[in-house]
Design a protein around this ligand. Sequence first.
Ligand SMILES: C[S@@+](CC[C@H](N)C(=O)[O-])C[C@H]1O[C@@H](n2cnc3c(N)ncnc32)[C@H](O)[C@@H]1O
Length: 475
Amino acid sequence: MFYLPLFHRFDGRECLVIGGGQTALRKLRWLLRTDAQIKVVAPEILPEIAELANSEKLQIEQKAFYPEALHPDLALVICATNADGVSEEAYAIASQRRQWINCVDRTDLCTVIFPAIIDRWPILVAVSSMGQSPTLARTVRGWLELRLPLALGRLAELAGRLRDVTKQKLQDVDARKGFWDRVFSGPAATAAMANDFAKAEAIALAEMEGASENGRIVLVGAGPGDADLITLRGLRAIQTADVLLYDKLANPDLLNYARRDVELIYVGKQGPREQSAGKALESSAEQQQQINALMLEHASAGRAVVRLKGGDPYIFGRGGEEQEIAQLANVELQVIPGVTAAMGAASYCGIPLTHRGLSQSVSFTTGHKVQHSNEDDWQGFARADQTLVIYMGLVGLETILGHLMTAGRDGATPAALVENATLPEQREVFAPLKKLAAITASRGITGPSIIIVGEVVALAPAYANASRAAEGSEP
Ligand SMILES: C[S@@+](CC[C@H](N)C(=O)[O-])C[C@H]1O[C@@H](n2cnc3c(N)ncnc32)[C@H](O)[C@@H]1O
């Protein structure tokens, strides 16, 4: 059966709700947002429904259903009761008169059905399975809920504020459509959703005059690997990007969320082996300068630039440097955090990074730092009551762990190395500190890896077995 989706206006017409329980209450809450005059007929009435009767729109008749309650002028009948035969009787009367009737959970007794609704007033999204599976419709609603910002209604408010001036100034329909597309996916929308309507209107009016200001840069943390770990705000920034610069560690699936006309630019840094033969080698600093220049060039041309970075932009992600560059160039920059690799790896392995009685603090450092630090620094990294997480420590792993043990960290301390954390190809090596480097080397691990050292590692469900096996192996 195909049901036509319509949004209906009641304008004072009468509706009858048969039933006084939770289901009736849910339907009533929607009905009360219309201008309908509503009557509830039921022998038992929930106190919440009784309270709603204070509204002028609602009248309650506390008695069992009687056929005369269903009089010919009713615009809609909702039957939310399990009482024997009531739904059938109400349906027989209403359908014969061609009145709209909805008997809850009885699609065979409905001429209209309720969708699952996402409410971002004045934006309402209705999801229906045509009565086949209300549960599936509710599940789909849940998925969509996540994609729609809570402040979506403010965009409608912005549109309302600008409607007259837009009609006046942009008489061509296509020009108006293009203008709204840009407003809804640009900085005016961001400002409106942050409740700054003065700024939103100013940006939109500048856009209308063709004098839109500088673009902006948004640094978005893509999370450690699993695309689902990005934040909702990060996802929305991707959806509104004109230009999207992405690096090696950001999950490429996330690019599917960008607009079809987005300009995608890969800016993953290349090591000496990945650079083309015959060309002068570029250092990481030189490559970073080129990325900075690209971001500024596009933003200065008035475009919305999203820089999608693996993990979190502020953790070993050069987010701070890019922020300084934008500040110097007077370009607006926003940072949207991401789940950093340490947290992704820890969660996906079941390692609580802090734990009462075992670890009171956690340090994030880079392999480079540990490798080249002096002895005083190693003492700090080697403290027994902390968890140490080492990024970029795969190359030089043996040296790094050697320094830690020389500085006093017990070789029996539980440790883990997690490669490709949070991705389907994640691999873990669990071993006491003194054996971690040798076992890692024997497994041929080469992907992005994070090392976690501390008593908390032993809390990982897989640790006990893996470390027993490691103890049995050659040192
Ligand atoms: C330049 S840093 C970027 C860190 C990133 N900004 C973050 O917050 O996770 C790159 C290093 O992060 C670690 N890393 C990033 N993603 C990882 C993953 N999925 N699994 C394990 N380690 C990862 C590795 O140590 C890698 O060498």
